[in-house]
Design a protein around this ligand. Structure first.
Ligand code: PSU
Ligand code: MN
Length: 343
């Protein structure tokens, strides 16, 4: 890795974080804490994969959430990378959680606050005494992207991301996941956008935000439970190498000053496609219920996901954990150490 490469610049930036922490006499309040494993990997140019934590607190009940989070971390490790689950604990943003921290977050469940970008400052100010969650925040895709890009983690894997909600043209309910992707040089690998959301408008909005959208081995953007959404993507990738090249371009973007991110949709594995279609057919009822009950704001996504799970007797949750699987997409050291575009 050349000393002027974007990766080394990011590593330097992230070292500054560490120095700041030490110069504050070990006080980590209001600071970003990077776990020793993640710090070591970033410092040595090894692959790190960021993981969100709202799926742990609000996406699944305990102990299934802990089991899934642990399995996902193990899959990242099997593929030669270091997992960095991100959450705010006691007011401190933590990049990479220990087993104890993961256990704590999983058992806090919805007592931890769902934390999007707009909530970060509030949760971090828990010592002012008015944060009901005690300063424990489970980061959504938007807040996770924010922290990942701050410390120089270029790849982030998750299940489903937020999007433009149905009737978003009236409610303006558009997930901050999309705007964050537009301003952060991070590649998000996801099983797509669930059809509880308005997929065509989500893709339009991503275009407006300047986000590169690609799909893995298909021309269509996946809809999480189904391989197809009826929406074409501008970019198709067919191998882990294609993905690595595109992710390398994220750094080139950084160099150009574009600073925008990438979304890569990986369709549900073939063996789960049939149950996925069954779950998809159960989505209309919760959508109507949410409208009837006036569920809105950041409560809508957890409400819809819980109802779909209830209706499908747990099948959607099982699919959620399968959809969460990384499609043997390991971005190795060599891919990440040559991120520079043409000089
Ligand atoms: N969509 C899913 N599963 C999820 C989420 C969305 O299929 O777990 C979570 C993610 O954390 C995402 C957040 O970032 O919900 C988006 O919430 P909102 O729609 O309130 O922006
Ligand atoms: Mn919203």
């Amino acid at each position: 890795m050349s000393s002027s490469s974007p990766l080394s610049r990011l590593v330097n930036l992230q070292r500054q974080f560490e120095q700041t922490k030490q110069s504050e006499n070990g006080s980590s309040k209001g600071d970003v804490k990077i776990s020793p494993e993640v710090f070591d990997a970033l410092s040595n140019g090894r692959a790190v994969v960021a993981l969100e934590s709202t799926i742990i607190s609000h996406g699944m009940p305990y102990p299934q959430n802990l089991q899934t989070a642990t399995e996902v971390e193990a899959i990242v490790r099997e593929n030669g990378a270091v997992p960095a689950t991100i959450a705010i604990l006691d007011g401190t943003p933590c990049i990479g959680l220990s087993n104890e921290q993961l256990e704590r977050l999983a058992s806090l469940g919805t007592k931890a606050q769902k934390t999007a970008r707009r909530d970060i400052a509030h949760i971090m100010s828990h010592n002012l005494g008015y944060v009901a969650s005690g300063g424990n925040g489970a980061t959504t895709v938007s807040a996770t992207i924010f922290f990942a890009s701050k410390v120089g983690i270029p790849v982030f894997v998750t299940g489903g991301i937020g999007g433009v909600h149905r009737h978003g043209e009236q409610t303006m309910d558009i997930s901050s996941d999309l705007t964050e992707l537009g301003r952060s040089p991070v590649a998000v690998i996801s099983a797509g956008i669930k059809s509880i959301l308005d997929i065509p408008r989500t893709l339009e909005y991503l275009e407006t935000q300047g986000v590169t959208v690609a799909s893995y081995k298909t021309h269509e953007f996946p809809a999480f439970f189904t391989e197809t959404s009826g929406c074409q993507v501008p970019c198709r990738v067919d191998s882990p190498e294609d993905c690595a090249r595109l992710i390398g371009m994220t750094y080139a973007n950084l160099k150009l000053g574009l600073g925008s991110g990438i979304l890569i949709g990986v369709p549900i594995p073939k063996e789960h496609a049939a149950s996925g279609r069954m779950i998809e057919s159960a989505i209309q009822t919760p959508l109507k219920e949410a409208r009837d009950k006036n569920v809105s704001g950041n409560a809508e996504t957890p409400f819809l996901l819980a109802k779909v799970n209830e209706l499908t007797k747990g099948a959607s949750l099982a699919s959620n954990t399968d959809g969460f699987v990384i499609p043997s997409l390991s971005v190795g050291e060599s891919d990440l150490s040559k991120p520079d575009g043409p000089e």
